[in-house]
Design a protein around this ligand. Structure first.
Ligand SMILES: Nc1nc2c(c(=O)[nH]1)N[C@H]1C(S)=C(S)[C@@H](COP(=O)(O)OP(=O)(O)OC[C@H]3O[C@@H](n4cnc5c(=O)[nH]c(N)nc54)[C@H](O)[C@@H]3O)O[C@H]1N2
Ligand SMILES: Nc1nc2c(c(=O)[nH]1)N[C@H]1C(S)=C(S)[C@@H](COP(=O)(O)OP(=O)(O)OC[C@H]3O[C@@H](n4cnc5c(=O)[nH]c(N)nc54)[C@H](O)[C@@H]3O)O[C@H]1N2
Ligand code: SF4
Ligand SMILES: [Mo]
Length: 761
């Protein structure tokens, strides 16, 4: 075979970097950034470079595993594995109904073409209401706020990083995370460019993060209080006459008066103590935002996974609107993804908007959001007997036993299931509970197109990579595995004709598109379109369809553009579709055809914020010895939620799973740097080494999530040797953000005590 050099888009995080992979006789010898990539231009992070280690990791699963009567796993053929699934799962469906089988979808599914396009086919076939995903421990508050304001869950305004003069970042650390709901390779370089053109970057975070260090200003904020800070900034705009949505929004915004009225209740002086930010600073932040020639406010997981996540997400865009920065260059804009989006299809400018609560969880009665229930209901739905009880679970690229709240409880619940199937690449803390594990592929063995993440790009870009290597003989690509499961849950048995199901899926997709007003193929013959897509099958067929009917597509001869999968295949470094474009009013899909600046659900929740303001202010003032500390998370560049800790290049070096404690708190509590401490919350207790640092504000502690790899029955040798502890033992499954049902992972009340004291007490 000799040496080959190929390019591939890295599927590990949202940045979509181009990689140049050198291989000799099928073994990777070098991975570097692809300098010709139209978007990333050679940027790469340490995780991208570790794809070779992932590809070669001996612990990565390559054949199905089936649990034996003694509880150990044995290797099985694909036929044996599916026979076992049919034998165990079909009777549960027959006897207890569709809702008895739940599904949990994890984050890597959003970075995997097969999973992204075909998991939904499985869910539809399964017909259960018990669908949950990592989105409910992540970004749903932002999507809900965006949906209420602009009409669809994918209408999330993105900071126009490359043109803005002023960037206000709250609760995001893109220098570690590489950006989220802001697809942007090399955020570091893009922030530097803001500074070089005379602009300013401000970071609001309870920790002095790497992003805070490179920013022009860092403001500490008490965890969970961003909604107060943002409301107070709106208040300043109002009282100082700085509200100026701009002519481009004339006649397009409903509810300005209502927001103004609500903001009057949050003067800076009243929120200062609760936020831990003095009123003068709040005023200056608001004035600078208003004065900047262009500016964007950007909030991410430190704002979403809090008790007021949807409120904070809403107010981020209220500020963008009121300062005239929504939908203008340098402000917060809407991407136009090549595969289209709910806000590019159908009639422009008006739509059905979003609704929640169309059905509810059985035990706690929590409402659905975007068709999903909170991950936090899984344990109680498994453990509470009665009609509709969850008896079986399918996980797809998810590790809820580590990544979701009250992990100890969920781990016991998973052990009580009658049956569990996991589609995954490791035998880890979650999949150890499965009866059958169906392995996915290495990222180098599958094709890639970031169907999900380009919807949040800071530029519009399209890039497709074919697989670099063939999968091991007989190993299916994940879409085939999913469709074979579809066969089981639709009663076709373990050996259904996957090709036929796929043809049906493609036919339905074409039929739907041909029936959509405004589509370039509206009214066209389904068979004609299918013939044009031949001989492609699987994700490539669906992707080609999406690209061709999308905003830049060739429309099968009737589009404005030229894009197709063939065009992308001819452009291995990607196609740049340009800077973000102003999209109002066409982008809107609200029933009113306006931006809803004061959605009723959010307005109705403002009283709760007033109540909490009082409690927070009291807590900030308290010197009671038993006052809680507030726990926040901490992402590290060489980590990826819970699942990349089995790769030596990423975990070597100093232990990273420590709790950051401010020197004042350490002194007060008798904690010593390097010594373990007991951290307790309502749901549980963990022991973790202390790291004393003033990079965290007083009263706040920080522990990274995704660790705790010492569980029995897993098979990840490297991760086990760097086990760390699972911080989600401390996150509460019963205390959720009420509007979106999202987990509260930041601002959790905890107490810390030296190990000796805690043991003696
Ligand atoms: N305390 C706290 N908790 C958090 C967060 C936090 O900030 N703080 N962040 C939350 C966020 S933002 C998220 S998105 C969630 C993540 O929650 P999850 O998605 O549930 O967890 P991950 O750690 O991403 O686990 C991914 C799983 O997918 C498997 N996998 C990886 N690649 C593939 C593949 O190509 N195919 C298949 N089939 N499987 C694959 C891995 O082995 C692993 O089991 O965690 C959340 N949890
Ligand atoms: N290296 C690495 N990259 C990743 C991941 C990873 O695990 N590791 N995960 C990926 C995933 S799934 C996601 S969703 C993204 C997330 O991407 P980001 O949102 O950028 O995530 P974090 O780096 O956790 O940054 C969140 C910040 O919020 C701060 N914070 C906590 N509480 C509060 C608060 O109440 N208010 C404010 N203002 N700030 C607060 C934290 O201190 C932290 O610095 O990252 C993705 N990229
Ligand atoms: S930043 Fe993200 S996409 Fe880029 S190389 Fe690192 S992990 Fe891959
Ligand atoms: Mo996430």
């Amino acid at each position: 075979m000799g040496e080959t050099v190929s390019v591939q888009t890295c599927p590990l995080c949202e940045a979509t970097c181009g990689l140049q992979v050198t291989a000799v006789d099928g073994r990777v010898t070098k991975i570097r950034g692809d300098e010709d990539d139209v978007f990333s231009k050679g940027f790469i992070c340490p995780k991208g470079g570790s794809l070779a280690a992932l590809h070669e990791d001996p612990d990565r699963l390559r054949v199905p595993l089936v649990k034996q009567p003694d509880g150990s796993f044995g290797e099985a053929t694909w036929d044996e594995a599916f026979a076992e699934i049919d034998r165990r799962l079909s009777p549960i469906l027959a006897e207890h109904g569709r809702d008895a089988v739940a599904a949990y979808l994890g984050n890597p599914g959003a970075h995997n073409l097969s999973l992204l396009l075909y998991t939904r086919v499985l869910l539809k076939a399964l017909g259960t209401k018990n669908i949950t995903s990592a989105s409910t421990v992540d970004q749903y508050p932002k999507q809900l706020a965006s949906g209420l304001m602009f009409g669809t869950a994918l209408s999330v305004p993105i900071p126009d990083l490359d043109r803005t003069d002023h960037l206000l970042i709250l609760g995001a650390n893109p220098l570690a995370s590489n950006g989220s709901l802001m697809t942007a390779p090399d955020v570091r370089g893009r922030l530097r460019a803001i500074q070089e053109r005379g602009g300013k970057v401000v970071v609001v975070d309870p920790r002095r993060t790497r992003t805070a260090q490179v920013a022009d200003e860092h403001v500490f904020v008490r965890p969970g209080t961003d909604a107060l800070l943002l409301f107070a900034m709106v208040n300043v705009l109002v009282t100082e006459g700085l509200v100026a949505p701009g002519e481009h929004l004339d006649g397009l915004v409903d509810g300005v008066d209502r927001v103004v009225e609500l903001a009057e209740g949050f003067p800076p002086e009243e929120v200062a103590a609760a936020c831990g930010i003095d009123a003068g600073t709040i005023r200056r932040l608001a004035r600078e935002l208003a004065a900047a020639p262009s500016a964007a406010v950007y909030g991410r997981i430190g704002t979403t996974t809090t008790a007021f996540g949807t409120t904070a997400s809403w107010l981020v865009d209220v500020l963008n609107v009121l300062t005239g920065n929504l939908d203008r260059p340098g402000g917060a804009m809407f991407s136009t993804p090549a595969v289209g989006s709910p806000n590019t299809s159908g009639a422009p400018g008006r739509g059905r908007g979003v609704r929640t609560g169309r059905f509810s969880s059985r035990v706690r009665g929590l409402g659905e959001v975007f068709g999903e229930l909170p991950a936090s209901v899984l344990a109680e739905e498994i453990q509470t007997p009665g009609a509709g009880q969850i008896r079986a679970l399918i996980t797809v690229a998810g590790n809820p036993a580590v990544s979701t709240p009250n992990s100890d409880r969920l781990a016991s619940a998973l052990g009580e299931l009658d049956f569990m199937v996991a589609i995954d690449i490791y035998l880890n803390e979650t999949t150890r509970h499965a009866d059958v594990i169906l392995p996915g592929l290495s990222p180098l063995e599958r094709s890639h197109y970031d169907v999900a993440l380009y919807a949040f790009g800071v530029r519009d870009v399209a890039n497709y990579s074919p697989p670099l290597f063939d999968p091991p003989e007989g190993t299916p690509t994940e879409w085939r595995t999913l469709l074979r499961l579809v066969g089981v849950v639709t009663g076709q048995g373990p050996d259904a004709d996957v090709g036929a199901i796929d043809a049906f899926v493609a036919g339905e997709a074409v039929r739907r598109e041909a029936g959509t007003t405004g589509s370039p193929i509206a009214g066209r013959e389904v068979d004609e379109i299918l013939a044009a897509l031949a001989p492609r099958v699987g994700p490539e067929r669906l992707l080609d369809l999406l690209l061709r009917v999308g905003p830049y597509g060739d429309g099968f001869g009737a589009g404005d553009g030229t894009l197709s999968l063939a065009a992308l295949e001819a452009a291995p470094h990607g196609i740049d579709l340009g800077a973000l474009k102003p999209r109002l009013p066409d982008v809107l899909r609200t029933p009113s055809g306006k931006i809803e600046l004061a959605p009723e659900a959010l307005v109705a929740d403002v009283d709760r914020l007033h109540e909490r303001l009082v409690a927070w202010a009291a807590e900030a003032d308290s010197d009671a010895p038993d006052r809680p500390l507030r726990l926040v998370g901490r992402r590290d560049l060489r980590s990826n939620n819970s699942w990349m800790h089995n790769l030596e290049p990423l975990v070597k070096g100093k232990d990273r799973c420590t709790v950051w404690v401010h020197p004042d708190d350490a002194a007060r509590l008798g904690l010593t740097d390097g010594e373990p401490t007991i951290v307790s919350a309502r749901t549980g207790t963990i022991e973790v080494p202390v790291q004393v640092t003033d990079d965290v504000m007083p009263g706040v502690v920080s522990i990274p999530h995704g660790w705790g790899h010492d569980q029995p029955g897993t098979a990840m040798a490297v991760a086990t040797a760097h086990a760390g502890v699972n911080s989600n033992v401390l996150a509460d499954d019963q205390d959720l953000e009420p509007l979106s049902g999202t987990a509260i992972l930041n601002g959790i009340a905890v107490t810390l005590a030296p190990v000796a004291v805690a043991v003696g007490a």
